[in-house]
Design a protein around this ligand. Structure first.
Ligand SMILES: [Zn+2]
Ligand SMILES: [Zn+2]
Length: 240
């Protein structure tokens, strides 16, 4: 399985990072987990053909995770791609896309997609995917793909994610030291779970600029609990 960090960014711009988007590929089947703003451009820059995407799995319906989905659907329509794009997201995803079509009625009956929401298990070609409930300010879930890869999406740290054995865990780390948060991860809130994490490698994305501002200190602190951690940037590739 090949995992490409298309966008490692968050809702606050930092350097030239796109908002959250991860490309997962196995045996020629390509899916995206989230497609925040900037993802569309980054995919084009790495020479990725939008017609090849089978599905987009949304962790939640915040703009920095779904902002480019409509752009991708529109590009597929204008390029003559007839195949339906499967979109899965948490409860409320159908309503979200229906409201987008109300706002942009010219796209209705042009865009080719099908929504699934709130599933526990999803199969897309050879991919076997399970959702993991997460804790964010809106309905949200993480994804476990083929028992090898876990992507948290936005969340405060949840036990179920760290208890599962996997090769690679891609987890958010939005906030710096000194924040109390029920819906995002801070260095202090993750350390207890990090110490006992079953993932072989943990990659952090979705850092707010304040975290980059103290990144050396944050990573030194976190490495006291787990050595197998790193921070990703756009374009990083992991073989799982
Ligand atoms: Zn976010
Ligand atoms: Zn969010």
């Amino acid at each position: 399985m090949r995992v490409v960090i298309v966008g490692a960014g968050s809702a606050i711009p930092y350097m030239e990072m796109a908002q959250t988007c991860i490309l997962v590929e196995e045996k020629g089947c390509k899916i995206l987990v989230d497609a925040g703003i900037g993802a569309y451009l980054k995919l084009a820059q790495i020479g990725f053909d939008l017609s090849e995407i089978k599905a987009i799995l949304l962790t939640h319906n915040h703009l920095d995770h779904n902002g480019d989905v409509l752009a991708i659907l529109k590009a597929r329509w204008l390029s003559g791609v007839k195949e339906e794009l499967l979109i899965h997201g948490p409860a409320g995803t159908s309503n979200h896309f229906e409201s987008l079509l109300e706002a942009y009625p010219y796209l209705r009956r042009k865009l080719s997609f099908r929504i699934l929401e709130g599933k526990r298990e999803i199969e897309i070609e050879d991919f076997k995917i399970r959702t993991i409930p997460t804790k964010h300010s809106v309905e949200s879930n993480g994804y476990m793909i083929d028992e090898k890869l876990i992507i948290s999406g936005d969340t405060s740290p949840v036990k179920e994610i760290f208890e599962k054995r996997c090769k690679l865990l891609i987890h958010e780390l939005s906030l710096p030291f000194g924040f109390e948060s029920d819906d995002h991860t801070t260095p202090e809130s993750i350390v207890e779970l990090l110490r006992d994490a079953k993932a072989e490698k943990i990659v952090f994305i979705h850092l707010y600029p304040q975290v980059y501002g103290m990144l050396d200190r944050v990573m030194k602190y976190l490495k006291e609990y787990n050595q197998n951690i790193t921070v990703a940037k756009d374009g990083d590739v992991f073989e799982v």
